[in-house]
Write a protein that binds this ligand. Structure first.
Ligand code: PBG
Length: 330
């Protein structure tokens, strides 16, 4: 008779109580950052076709969403703007307008829900008529002048009351320059969440539809966003951003990049976040709506897997549904 193993891993899997006792990772509403699309249009809630369940919301509605987020225990929201093309130009000047839709939304949300964390991209792409995250000169995205422009944007956002500015452009040296600008202008407590390892990804497609930069974009972003083939380079990017004064680091996209998060969280012990991007949202929703995947189950599994990979939190369009389900499970 064959000898049976002394160790049977199935013993602890047998019952619900023992599965709970050995569970290594848990998802909580504290892990969720709700990514919201804010529109400068008149329609209160304008559905994004390639992201079923996600609306571009106006100023009044984003305040309601913030109240909903608070009721669901979500600690923070990240706001991304859809801008009318008539306000776009080559320099993305509207990005630094203190009366723009984003600073107005930041103030409105802060007035209504003062303890909601507000994260805003310091970014030019929603505002440039070419759709790039930097200034273009002779067909090239120029680094240092773009960084200067981003510093202006970051300062304006900090003035408006943003708690966290998130440079999403991948220009070199921008975290340090933004940090210095914030320090000099008295915004020493404003956090920087850097899109530290942001890849040139096909998964941003639906977002570019949602904010209207898809039609604007000329060329692609491969000469500033990272090559999906690289890992070591992500470590170098993160090391630079920490050195320059980032408080939180982020990896983007999410699900196909769990190896990067795992390596980064072990290497640096920094607050580490994943951005589960629009294409990941669209993929899950498309399959769920066809009855090919169990929506709730795969969403919750995908979010838990970020925790397992070492993330401290997840920027996700699923935040309100996930928080709602977590509340129901209580
Ligand atoms: C760029 C930016 C992008 C996203 C957030 N900020 C896209 C891009 O680089 O073109 C993507 C978000 C998503 O896909 O959900 N500043």
């Amino acid at each position: 008779m064959a000898a049976f193993p002394a160790t049977r891993l199935r013993r602890t899997r047998k019952t619900d109580w023992s599965r709970r006792l050995v569970r290594e990772n848990r998802l909580s509403p504290d892990d969720l950052i709700w990514t919201c699309i804010l529109s400068d249009g008149d329609i209160p809630r304008d559905p994004v076709p390639s992201m079923p369940g996600v609306d571009r919301v106006n100023l009044d509605e984003i305040v309601k969403d913030a109240q909903r987020a608070k009721a669901l225990g979500i600690p923070a929201m990240a706001i991304f703007p859809h801008i009318n093309p008539k306000y776009k130009d080559a320099a993305g000047s509207e990005a630094a307008n203190p009366d723009g839709i984003v600073p107005r939304a930041v103030k409105a949300v802060k007035d209504a829900v003062p303890d909601m964390g507000i994260i805003v991209d310091a970014a030019l792409d929603p505002y440039t008529d070419h759709g790039h995250d930097g200034l273009v000169h002779d067909g090239q995205i120029i680094n240092d002048a773009s960084v200067d422009a981003l510093c202006d944007v970051a300062l304006m956002l900090a003035d408006a009351g943003a708690d966290v500015v998130a440079p999403s452009d991948m220009m070199d040296g921008r975290v340090g320059m933004i940090r210095q600008s914030l320090e000099r202008s008295g915004h020493k407590d404003v956090l920087i969440m850097s899109y530290a390892a942001k890849y040139a990804s096909g998964f941003y497609g639906p977002y570019r539809d949602a904010i209207g930069s898809a039609t604007a974009l000329t060329g692609d972003k491969r000469n500033y966003q990272m090559d999906p083939a690289n890992t070591d380079e992500a470590l170098r990017e993160v090391a630079m951003d920490i050195e320059e004064g980032a408080d939180m680091i982020m990896v983007k996209p999410g699900m196909p990049y769990l190896d990067i998060m795992c390596r980064l969280s072990r290497e640096y012990c920094m607050p580490t976040y994943a951005f589960q991007v629009s294409g990941e949202y669209a993929m899950i929703m498309a399959a769920a709506q066809n009855g090919w995947l169990d929506e709730r189950r795969v969403i919750m599994e995908s979010l838990l897997c970020f925790k397992r990979a070492g993330c401290d939190g997840i920027l996700t369009y699923f935040a309100p549904s996930a928080a709602q389900w977590l509340q129901e499970e209580q």
